[in-house]
Design a protein around this ligand. Sequence first.
Ligand code: NDP
Length: 246
Amino acid sequence: MAKDKVIVITGASSGIGEATAKLLASDGNKMVLAARREEKLQQLVSDINANGGTAIYVLADVSKLEDVKNIAQVAVDEFGRIDVWMNNAGLMPLSEFSHGKVSEWDRTIDVNLKGTLYGFDAALPQMRAQESGQFVNIASISAHVSGVASGPYAASKFGVWAASEALRQEEVKSDSNIRVTVVSPGAIDTELPQHVTDPEQSDAMKGFYGSTAIPADEVARSVQFAINTPENTSINEIVLRPTKQF
Ligand code: NDP
């Protein structure tokens, strides 16, 4: 198991980010944890450090480039390098286009897609200088399948998938040793469905998640696997979903 990697996780204050932070910290890695809710990050960092791990937090809104660049700066100032950058922050405010929730579409693209691209911009110079590093980008089953009410969300996640593949090929071309991994989960038991403001979709998600979702720890284990393969082996995508999800 890799120890001593410097690992940045965006959206670490709950759900998949929090579960992954705990698991990778328990392996002995140094964690740089970012999100907007300070109390949640403070609690997580103090729990990790009390259990013998090493973690710091950085407040950041990933839709702001300067915030994302600051995460990278803090990681390098504190730990001297960035081995893994996990673009995880996201939201899923499902609704049909005819309901006209344009500000939610904007936010979905800004956080899920642009936040991921900003992560590339923030971490690539350091990884290129190191001639090593790994991006872990959390996409979704919705990076592969679109449907009624998931248009902006699926567009953001198709985008994450597409940008990840472009980055992977660019890093092969540049001979940098930088790896790119996409993790595409199905229904995971987190706060994510709580972002749904559309009553019809909110009810549907409560029912679906209540009966189907699996724990965030399962995604954390996928990330753990992907970052622990030898540097000459690149896990490009892991798709996982509840056994009972179509
Ligand atoms: P949560 O709602 O539990 O976590 C979302 C995280 O993103 C929180 O830590 C939140 O922190 C952070 N976040 C939201 N907006 C911003 C922002 N503007 N800047 C910084 N951080 C932000 O949901 P999940 O853990 O489920 O979601 C994590 C990722 O997994 C998302 O990208 C989601 O799309 C993806 N995913 C989830 C699935 C699921 O079924 N749960 C399925 C497929 C993919 P804070 O509010 O403190 O900023």
